[in-house]
Ligand binder design. Structure first.
Ligand code: CP
Ligand code: NVA
Length: 310
């Protein structure tokens, strides 16, 4: 059965059932195959997406804009510094005004509550393009890449090394929902938020997944099918860089750690990457790295999300 997700927001993967997430992933894989076969779609003909950016972006901006174009729609880049929001116009007013012009909004911002407020006051779907708390579209591209490469999700082991940040939160929520076993190694003081872990544990009970939280990278990567890492200092944390660099130095995804994973383990990174910090150049450029396939899949999975929600 195909669920009707029309009109819903995409703020967190946790709001969607396992079956709904599978439907999005299957549709994304179909759209990817069809695009490569030269088949064009006009699923969003005449529809417009506003893209609000309070932070920098390469992948999110380009993949949403191109994705909208490929589906027959139109996307507007709305830099927060140029919007009245940057001069103090309330989010709730912006939401109601934009709802009169647009068919959907994508927002990248700092406070997750700002995306939630926008969604609460907008009567069109709001898609989270990254907040300090979550990065759900990234997690969907991650799942898509794993499914595409491994042919399944449930029962695989994913190891995440490093900061308990937005990418880690959404990845944990997504994997626990789909039945992937997750092992996370973070230094003390940089663990994931307890509220997110609690939600993931609820999902894990239903899916049969396991969640292991440790400070030991070796324990996390042992036998893993997927190895994942992200930057040590996220956007907005630039001032903590020196401190973080010290705390994370034993958490680099390098050849020694890769050897402890399963033989055909795949290496993922949401990008942008800092070579020589969270990942070695050798590993990100190595044959097990699928980071550019993963980046490409942002386009396909977001097209599926937009086509199903807007
Ligand atoms: N992975 C990701 O979201 O990249 P951008 O910051 O370039 O959008
Ligand atoms: N955790 C990173 C992800 C960038 C896509 C950040 O928030 O900067």
């Amino acid at each position: 059965m195909v669920s009707n997700m029309r009109g819903r927001d995409f703020l967190t993967v946790h709001d969607f059932s396992k079956e709904e997430l599978y439907e999005i992933l299957r549709f994304a894989l179909q759209l990817k195959r069809e695009k490569k076969a030269g088949l064009e779609h006009r699923l969003l003909l005449g529809k417009t997406l506003g893209m609000i950016f309070q932070k920098a972006s390469t992948r999110t901006r380009v993949s949403f804009e191109v994705g909208m174009f490929q589906l027959g729609g139109y996307a507007l880049f709305l830099s927060a510094t140029d919007l009245q929001i940057g001069r103090g116009e309330p989010v709730k007013d912006t939401a109601r005004v934009l709802s009169r012009y647009l068919d959907g909004i994508m927002i990248r911002t700092f406070e997750h509550s700002e995306a939630e407020e926008l969604a609460a006051f907008a009567d069109i779907p709001v898609i989270n393009g990254l907040t300090d708390l979550l990065h759900p579209c990234q997690a969907m591209a991650d799942l898509m890449t794993i499914l595409e490469q491994k042919g399944k999700l449930a029962g695989l082991k994913l190891a995440y090394l490093g900061d308990g940040n937005n990418v880690a939160h959404s990845l944990l929520l997504a994997c626990s929902k789909m039945g992937l076993n997750v092992a996370v190694a973070s230094p003390k003081g940089y663990e994931m938020q307890a509220t997110i872990v609690a939600k993931a544990k609820e999902s894990a009970v239903a899916s049969g997944a396991s969640i292991t939280l440790t400070t030991d990278p070796l324990e996390a990567v042992a036998g893993a099918d997927i190895l994942y890492t992200d930057v040590w200092a996220s956007m907005g944390q630039e001032a903590e860089y020196q401190l973080r660099f010290k705390a994370f130095q034993h958490y680099q995804l390098n050849k020694q750690l890769l050897k402890k994973a399963a033989d055909n383990a795949m290496v993922l990174h949401c990008l942008p990457a800092h070579r020589g910090e969270e990942i070695s150049d050798e590993v990100i450029e190595g044959s097990q790295s699928l980071v550019f396939e993963q980046a490409e899949n942002r386009l396909h999975v977001q097209k599926a999300i937009m086509a199903m929600l807007i």
